[in-house]
Every structure is written in C-alpha cells, then in structure tokens.
Design a protein around this ligand. Structure first.
Ligand code: MG
Length: 282
C-alpha cells in the first residue's frame, strides 16, 4: 500500500493497515503487540504541553503532572528562542531535577537559534531536543548534531517516512528516530522503522497518533520494541481522547500498560458515532 502515498495520505494507508492488524489479532485471539513480539508490559507516559501564553503557566502545568506521579514532561514552546529558553528554565525550576524534561521546538528555528536553545537546555539537563529545524534541512541537522551533546530527535514528518530514515542515519543527522502509525502509514512501517533504529542501537520514540484509536495502535508497537522508552500523551487537556468506550489510562505511577484483549483491544463507541452522524455517503 505504501506506493499509494503518491495519491492518498499516509493517514489513510495507516488506517487500513491498522484495521488489518486488528482483524488478524481478533482471528488469532491475541493482542497485536503479541503478534509483533511483546517485550515489555508497561512504559512511562510523558505529558506533552499545549500552547500557553506565559512561562508561569508552563511551569504550573508541569508541576501538576509531576504531582500526579508522571515521570516525564515535554514542552511545546513559543518558537521564539529567547522566550523558549525562559520557559525551559521556569519549568526546570518548578519540577526540580527528578522529572525528565524534553523540548519540542516544532521546526521553529534557524541553525544559529537552534544552537543557542540547544546549549541552554543541555545546561538544564533536558532529556532530548526535538525538531529544532525543519526536516528538509538535513545539512544543518548534521552540523547541530556534531556540536550538541543533548540527544536530538527528528524525523517525525521526514520525507519518505520509513524509506527516508536511511539518509538521517547514514548522515549522522539525529540521535533518535521518530514515527507513529498515522504519519508513518500504519503498524507495518512503524515496526520496521523501530527495528531499523534498533539495528543501529538508536532509540525510536513513537509520536502520539492524533486520535484515541491510533494511540492504541501506537501502544501495541511500543510494547513490541525494546527501543521506545516512553508513551506520549498529547494534549494533556484530554482533547485527544475521543471515540472509544474506554481509553488508555496512565496509572498513579505514571505508567501505561500493554493492552490485554485481542486485536487493538479497545472498543469504538459506535453509539457516539451514530449520534454524531451528519450524513451517509453512498
Ligand atoms: Mg513533535
């Protein structure tokens, strides 16, 4: 199905691929992660911020999740290098040293800005530095990667998806690979992407899936690869939770657990679908 990306989105290809894995799991009576090769039963979740006007609000939100028992927190800042450093410092000051912090700059900077922010969050002991530059700029990623010590994570929307990863690896442009079932085009290419990273002893941190059912599919892949450390919850306000009878829950230790039922193992709320229906296309 991959070649269809020339005319349809990877979101569509991914939805069909996930559906086929769900059917396969239901036929065999196994959760999808077991078909892929389960290698763990839980991972820590990280809270991934929405946009906030002030650094104080960012700090408050991080503290809220720390108090709930979550172990890691990721900031989506303003995209203004100077204020992004201030936000990062304010969040670190609020949560102290014993919560992992990440910064996702969402492709905001030029090279010189990315260097400045990278150096600052290195000093603040951040865990990774995500998407400082656009994915079209491998040239400057290579330079950035040579100079910074903090792990760089890119490739969330890298051109070519799975097939684009080889350039990032062979050019030493990133430390951590990234993908998810929607953007990468399903469970099949995502598991291959994670295994490709594993072959180079690299991590592959799985991005949130944009909706509840995609997040479930991501969770199955996460449980079946040794090199994805975290589960992303975005946005933490709950707007991403929709359409399932029960959703993935983070426990009081900040962990999410491997699904136990056959297939995806989570039920679509068909009553809600019926209720929200506006038209039927035939
Ligand atoms: Mg991101």
């Amino acid at each position: 199905m991959w070649k269809q990306n020339r005319s349809v989105s990877t979101y569509v290809i991914g939805a069909i691929d996930i559906c086929l894995w769900d059917i396969n799991g239901k036929i065999t009576g196994q959760p999808i992660h077991r078909l892929l090769g389960t290698c763990k039963q839980s991972v820590p979740a990280y809270s991934s911020t929405a946009f906030h006007e002030t650094k104080e609000e960012y700090a408050e939100e991080a503290l809220h999740f720390k108090e709930l028992g979550w172990r890691a927190h990721k900031i989506h800042p303003h995209g203004d290098p100077k204020y992004d450093i201030e936000i990062s410092a304010a969040v670190r000051a609020a949560v102290g040293e014993d919560m992992e912090l990440m910064l996702d700059s969402m492709w905001a900077y030029r090279y010189d800005e990315a260097m400045r922010v990278g150096r600052a969050i290195e000093e603040l002991g951040f865990y990774w530095y995500e998407d400082p530059l656009v994915e079209e700029d491998i040239y400057n990623y290579v330079k950035l990667h040579q100079k910074l010590d903090i792990p760089i994570m890119s490739t969330e929307y890298a051109p070519g998806r799975l097939y684009g990863m080889t350039s990032w690896i062979t050019q030493y442009a990133t430390d951590i690979l990234r993908g998810d079932v929607a953007v990468t085009g399903g469970i099949t290419p995502l598991i291959r992407l994670a295994h490709l990273a594993e072959g180079f002893n690299m991590q592959c941190e799985i991005h949130h899936g944009g909706n509840s059912l995609n997040n479930v599919a991501n969770l199955h892949v996460t449980m079946a690869v040794p090199n994805c450390e975290f589960y992303e919850v975005f946005p933490c306000t709950g707007a991403n939770r929709y359409g399932l009878v029960e959703d993935i829950e983070v426990d009081s230790a900040g962990l999410v657990h491997a699904p136990t039922k056959p297939g995806l193992g989570f039920e679509i709320d068909w009553g809600l679908v019926q209720h929200e229906k506006t038209a039927t296309i035939e």
